[in-house]
Design a protein. Structure first.
Length: 88
């Protein structure tokens, strides 16, 4: 396994370039992606489980889980519903 390098200057430059609205969008987007991954891993869900819960095609799964997806309020609602179902 190769070790990835973190280019902090690049990240700081990107963060500095964002306006307030873009920053808020990014914050919600990162939260959504992290929450999805946590639910997926902690509950040993399958690709099929995620596709069914969020109504996405299997071909969209990788992008969806990586954060390369336009998460909507509906997506967030589906995530909350999935979390509640998994608690039962």
């Amino acid at each position: 396994m190769t070790q990835e390098k973190l280019n902090t200057k690049k990240v700081r430059g990107y963060m500095k370039s964002l306006n307030e609205l873009e920053f808020i969008y990014l914050e919600h987007h990162v939260w959504m992606r992290r929450r999805l991954m946590n639910v997926y891993r902690e509950n040993s869900l399958t690709k099929e489980d995620i596709c069914q819960a969020f109504g996405i095609k299997p071909s969209q799964f990788t992008r969806f889980m990586a954060g390369d997806f336009n998460y909507t309020m509906t997506t967030m609602a589906h995530l909350n519903l999935l979390i509640e179902k998994l608690k039962q």
